[in-house]
Design a protein around this ligand. Structure first.
Ligand SMILES: Nc1ncnc2c1ncn2[C@@H]1O[C@H](COP(=O)(O)OP(=O)(O)OP(=O)(O)O)[C@@H](O)[C@H]1O
Length: 902
């Protein structure tokens, strides 16, 4: 890593983050008004990226050739190593959640801007010597010194064991508990002792505060955390150069470091010289506690009266000291004014605050503390090594000595692998952070809009790609609206006007209106007018009109005429000839079960009394076939039939199908009194009045309230036609429900079995007047090329029905938890190899994929069903990977949170 000013380090890191998220850099194009300058920045960015790509090989060989002295073979080996992203190597662990990372990083940055010395521990450790974190660190030190009044710099004379611990804490980044540990005999304070200590502190004038409520004195400076709170009580204050008073208790003695030891520590830490660590003696670095123990014994440290190995050592603070006198060796044994705030900050990540001064955590939950003691007998404790104190002499990252790879070596230079793989990984010099990113951090408004900006950027990128790369044919224009869902998640509705893409054979791509109603006969001009009329209808819903937009082509007035009900036009514009043909084909091969239902429904239509039917059939028994027969018959007679389904997928299987909720405006949050949001004068009300039949597929999926809601609403609407209809089910409109109770039942969040059953259509009052019909024959499997195949298919059909009826035994005796509900599939139904079975399944489902992947017919005839979306994703990736060309990913986020106000 290049050395440089602290500011540069932070800038570099920040730019690294933004390089990683190139999209984010572009995002800032949206924010400042000066668009051109930002475009320039992006261009520069891309130019640099290209240059980097070009120089990549050169760089890798250059990096390694220095190390390997031009041994080409070695360089080759290095290139073949797993790809290392040189730019992001140091931040990779942090980028897993980039938003969180950025949030925290920005906080750190702002704190640094405000001359707060605490820094992200991880970053500090890996990347930057402490002394380089802020270019203004010297001025910060000056400020600290200036702030120190005699009162604040003078330590407290310990008056009680508790007080002594506090003083120890101020001297050391170790937690009170760890201090106890280091004394060899874990001090098990009773609840009474702790409460007594607390009350003594309160009496003495301490202002107890938790982590969330710092006392005013501590809020004054960035160094508040370790600043010695002033006692108002009669505490005896200790002068700066006074030696540490010893408490009488022989087990609690204060570490008494000599100047020599202290300077040695500081020299190694403060120095930027990578060889500084070499100045340590054997005893300064230790493989176990013994060496360290003797080091402190030598210097009159703790436990000089305690035997070797029986007592853990107290580790001196390996931190920077801002006191100039200290550096020059003019130190006393006791340094009360050493500021450990940055140490505390750094440790806070690891220790959850345990390392903080006891005074900072006076609100101990003593009950919990007591409970801990009694349950585990001993309060769990740990010692901390303090901040990393040795620099890697290759990359200058701050490391703990214990992380060295040459553990057997106690004297000499420690070698580290964690940071730079023993110098094999070299970070290129980072470019300075673009000014607009600095601006962003300093501009509250912009930083608040940071995430919004990112979303906009991604959208912009998508639109850009659609326009320039012609994903959907030549793009003539794009309109979009961003809608926020209830959880605050944004999603985009985009209208893309394109020519028919060349990649699709002519006639295979149709305007949406024609996809919904493939038999609608409209010429090109009419299609355009209807499209404009639909836009006009959408605009009307927000109080505007197409006429407000003079630059848009205007259709003839009749298309925009409010008296023209497009819904009715749409439902009555089918090609009757085509419909008749389709009907003739379908009816000719209906089986007896289907014919029975067909006749019953048609009879109810003839009587105009309405009727409620339920067609119950397991999968592939011909329900959809029956719907198509009924629909084609009615549409061939210009009668209106409204096919709906509980799910969108099921709706697409029916000609002109919609979801029931969309068609009838059924409320999502529903109860037994709900009504559809249909006004009597609306177009949909008019359509309903003229409707002959409603077909509702996959009905068992819906809560019975939905059917009852529709019943109430239709009776309310139809009473306008005839008052008697108010008393007829569904206002006298015939309705056919269909579905399979073996499939999905209503989803009740965290509902019990009884609640789910109670939500079922069979528990509705409407069920009593419903005529239930059954389709029992699996129509898909009764065809076969040979008697053997027919027999095999029949067996399979029966087996599928048995599964639905719960007749196939599951592995109740299985030893595996996950197996218990599983059933075995016999090899004659499914005989996939265990080896590469997914690949083989893809091969057999999509043969000659490369020749056919642009053929819509080929694709629409094939699908692979999987139980979970995760598997769908995996199979999709495998298939998509085979398609040649660039892959563009448009990332998004699935959580919405307020961006913190900085
Ligand atoms: N009477 C029939 N004559 C010829 N083929 C039929 C007949 N009925 C159904 N089929 C065919 O059987 C297959 C399954 O029928 P369909 O899709 O209508 O079943 P389904 O009950 O709707 O199934 P699912 O519940 O899985 O949606 C289809 O290929 C369909 O064309």
């Amino acid at each position: 890593m290049e050395s440089g000013s602290g500011k540069l380090k932070q800038e570099s890191l920040l730019s690294n983050v933004f390089n990683y998220q190139s999209t984010m850099m572009k995002d800032h194009l949206h924010l400042p008004k000066d668009h051109n300058s930002l475009k320039r920045v992006i261009e520069e960015y891309y130019n640099e990226t290209d240059q980097k790509k070009e120089s990549k090989n050169h760089m890798s060989s250059a990096v390694f050739s220095n190390e390997r002295k031009g041994k080409e073979q070695d360089c080759e080996i290095m290139r073949k190593k797993p790809k290392i992203n040189y730019q992001h190597i140091s931040t990779a662990p942090l980028l897993s959640n980039v938003f969180n990372f950025e949030t925290s990083f920005m906080k750190e940055h702002i704190r640094a801007q405000n001359k707060v010395t605490s820094v992200n521990h991880k970053l500090t450790r890996r990347l930057t010597p402490l002394s380089q974190l802020d270019p203004n660190i010297d001025s910060m030190k000056d400020k600290v010194r200036a702030r120190k009044s005699p009162n604040t710099t003078t330590p407290l004379m310990p008056t009680t064991p508790g007080d002594h611990l506090q003083n120890s804490m101020i001297r050391s980044p170790l937690s009170p508990l760890s201090v106890n540990t280091l004394r060899g005999q874990p001090q098990q304070l009773s609840k009474d002792t702790i409460v007594a200590q607390k009350s003594r502190r309160k009496e003495a004038g301490f202002n107890p505060f938790g982590s969330g409520s710092l006392p005013p004195s501590c809020k004054q400076t960035p160094f508040q955390v370790a600043k010695q709170p002033q006692r108002k009580g009669p505490a005896i204050q200790k002068k700066k150069n006074q030696s540490t008073p010893k408490f009488n208790d022989p087990t609690i003695s204060t570490p008494n470091y000599t100047n020599e030891t202290r300077n040695k520590w500081k020299k190694a830490i403060v120095s930027d010289d990578s060889d500084a660590s070499d100045q340590f003696s054997d005893n300064d670095f230790y493989d176990d506690g013994d060496d360290e123990f003797y080091e402190f014994q030598k210097h009159g440290g703790i436990g000089s009266n305690i035997e070797k190995g029986k007592q853990p050592i107290d580790i001196p603070p390996r931190t920077l000291d801002f006191n100039e006198n200290e550096r020059q060796g003019n130190t006393s044994d006791y340094q009360p004014d050493i500021d450990y705030s940055y140490v505390a900050d750094m440790l806070s990540d690891q220790s959850d605050g345990d390392s903080e001064d006891e005074e900072l955590q006076p609100d101990v939950d003593y009950d919990e503390y007591d409970m801990l003691k009694t349950t585990n007998n001993v309060v769990k404790e740990y010692a901390t090594l303090g901040p990393p104190s040795v620099q890697c002499n290759k990359c200058h990252a701050w490391m703990w000595k214990e992380e060295r790879v040459n553990k057997s070596v106690v004297r000499g230079t420690p070698v580290f692998s964690l940071c730079c793989a023993k110098g094999q990984i070299k970070l290129p010099k980072e470019k300075p952070t673009p000014s607009f990113i600095w601006q962003l951090h300093n501009d509250k408004q912009k930083s608040q809009r940071f995430k919004d900006g990112i979303r906009l950027l991604k959208l912009d990128q998508l639109i850009d790609d659609i326009k320039k790369r012609n994903y959907f044919g030549t793009c003539l224009g794009v309109m979009y609206v961003v809608e926020f869902q209830k959880r605050g998640l944004p999603h985009v509705h985009m209208l893309i006007c394109t020519t028919v893409p060349d990649i699709f054979p002519k006639g295979t791509v149709q305007p949406p209106l024609l996809i919904r109603n493939p038999h609608l006969i409209l010429n090109e001009k009419q299609q355009q007018y209807y499209a404009l009329a639909e836009i006009h209808t959408l605009l009307k819903s927000i109080g505007k009109s197409l006429k407000d937009y003079t630059q848009m082509p205007q259709p003839p007035h009749s298309y925009l005429d409010c008296s023209v009900n497009n819904l009715i036009i749409e439902e009555t514009s089918y090609d009757t000839g085509e419909m008749e043909k389709e009907y003739a084909t379908l009816i000719s091969s209906c089986n007896t079960e289907q014919m029975e239902i067909y006749n019953a429904v048609m009879k109810s239509l003839g009587k105009k009394e309405g009727g409620v039917f339920f067609v119950y059939g397991s999968g592939r028994c011909g329900k959809t076939y029956l719907w198509r027969t009924l629909i084609s018959k009615l549409r061939s007679q210009r009668l209106i039939v409204l096919p709906v389904a509980s799910s969108g997928i099921a709706a697409t299987l029916m000609p002109g199908g919609r979801t029931a909720h969309s068609r009838f405006k059924i409320p999502i949050v529903i109860d037994e009194y709900s009504m559809c949001s249909i006004s009597h004068t609306s177009d949909i009300a008019e359509l309903i009045k003229r409707t002959s039949l409603i077909i509702w597929d996959e009905a068992p999926m819906q809560h019975r309230y939905a059917f009852e809601c529709l019943d109430r609403s239709l009776r309310d609407i139809m009473k306008v036609v005839d008052q008697k209809r108010f008393h007829m089910p569904f206002g006298g409109i015939s309705i056919v429900f269909g579905g399979d109770f073996r499939q999905i039942l209503p989803v009740i969040a965290r509902g019990s079995r009884s609640e789910i059953v109670a939500a079922n259509i069979t528990r509705s009052r409407l069920w009593k007047i419903t005529k239930v019909y059954k389709l029992l024959h699996n129509m898909r499997l009764n065809k076969g090329n040979s008697p053997a195949e027919v027999k095999s298919l029949a067996e399979f059909a029966q087996w599928v029905l048995d599964i639905g009826d719960g007749k196939i035994a599951s592995h109740v005796d299985s030893t595996h938890e996950y197996d218990k509900d599983d059933i075995s599939i016999t090899p004659n139904f499914c005989n996939l190899d265990s080896q590469n079975s997914v690949e083989k399944m893809i091969e057999s489902t999509f043969p000659n994929f490369m020749q056919n992947f642009l053929n819509p017919d080929y694709l629409s005839e094939r699908s692979i069903l999987t139980p979970t979306n995760l598997t769908v994703g995996n199979v999709n990736s495998l298939i998509v990977e085979r398609i040649p060309g660039d892959i563009a990913s448009y990332f998004s986020i699935d959580t919405a949170e307020d961006y913190p106000v900085i």
